[in-house]
Design a protein around this ligand. Structure first.
Ligand SMILES: Nc1nc2c(c(=O)[nH]1)N=C([C@H](O)[C@@H](O)CO)CN2
Length: 123
């Protein structure tokens, strides 16, 4: 039987970071919001009811805060791509879908963002 492809997700993770092209954006941090779906096999964790066997969303969130919080990219494309690579390199994740939202509170309320999918193709 194929290994199951399950999903651990993180939604609405707000992280302050330096992001943007405009001069003012190089001076002040803005919040970005991360929504992340991580394809993994949850059956070992479920079988033993054991966090050590799980893809720990707290550890992933902490790593996201660390990486994104310290980043200074201009484009949300670059930030999304590099963030996806960190997750795939450091965690047992086969595939991910990353949504990165830049709320832009002074723009009349509309948000902008990017969605990428990276990793092994779905079976
Ligand atoms: N596709 C993108 N378009 C734009 C980006 C971006 O990162 N990706 N960034 C900007 C500016 O930073 C804008 O938010 C403020 O001038 C514009 N378009």
């Amino acid at each position: 039987m194929n290994t199951p492809m399950d999903t651990v997700f993180i939604r609405g993770l707000e992280i302050p970071t330096l992001i943007g092209v405009a001069e003012w954006e190089r001076q002040v941090e803005q919040l970005v919001v991360i929504n992340l779906e991580l394809a993994t096999d949850i059956t070992p964790a479920a079988a033993g009811d054991d966090l050590r066997e799980a893809l720990d969303y707290s550890v992933v969130s902490k790593r996201l805060r660390e990486f994104i919080g310290a980043s200074t990219f201009q484009l949300i494309e670059t930030l999304a791509e590099r963030t996806a690579q960190v997750i795939l390199d450091e965690f047992p994740v086969r595939r991910l879908r990353l949504e990165l939202v830049k709320p832009r509170p002074n723009s009349g309320g509309h948000t902008v963002g990017i969605i990428i999918e990276r990793g092994a193709a779905a079976e």
